[in-house]
Design a protein around this ligand. Sequence first.
Ligand SMILES: [Fe+2]
Length: 271
Amino acid sequence: MQRQHDHTTDTAYKTRRDEIATLSADLTPDDPIPVVEYTEREHELWRMVCAELATRHRTAAAAEYLESAEQLAIPLDHVPQLRDVSERMKSISGFRFQAAPALVPLKEFCGGLASSRFHSTQYLRHPGTPFYTEDPDMLHDLVGHGNILASDRFARLYRLAGEAASRVRSTEALQFVGKVFWFTLECGVVRERGERKAYGATLLSSCGELDHFRDTEIRPLNVASLVDVEYVISTYQSILFEADSMDQVEDTVSAFWSSCDDDSISALHHA
Ligand SMILES: [Fe+2]
């Protein structure tokens, strides 16, 4: 399904988003995360989206995500300060947030992951599309990624993805490392007690995706089979990759990310 709303034509929204983005425009990883004064409308949007997501998470989210989210305890009734969530996450799994003004280039984003840093935006999606956003926003970054980054297992997998992306040199290899990230940590599903559950951040931060992901074409998780699959981030996903268990997710992606290099990824593409 295509996006219903183009936020770039809403000047007031764009101004507010730019205002928040400017706060983190020139920060180094060690600078403190800026404090943002959120408006009552933004708190209201956060509350509404979090309530709708929480209802769906109870039946659609993987158990490990729910346990990790309980540990992190992100406030649902107001937009939290990113620095507060970051401190709590760091004390649980060692991962922390770095404020980012917008989507970060893949190499830079992954460089952060290798150092246990996750780039997070601080602005919210357009209120006209509360249940889906093409670009990452703070709901996606915190509710989707942050919640599972309080799990030691997932903190390790995110780090391994970052190390793999930092290790490879060719564009083809970097994009493939990113593709494996996309189909697992962004859009991954897993079978739990005979049911399909989501653990990927893109699914878990979008009511629209959560309402559709059980009807999507499902393929078994296998790194080599991702070579021929195209993906777009501007629509709901049409193909998802499902693992038999969270252990299989871990084994599959950690084996790939901890050993891949330009040659092994090139061999996969030209097999
Ligand atoms: Fe994401």
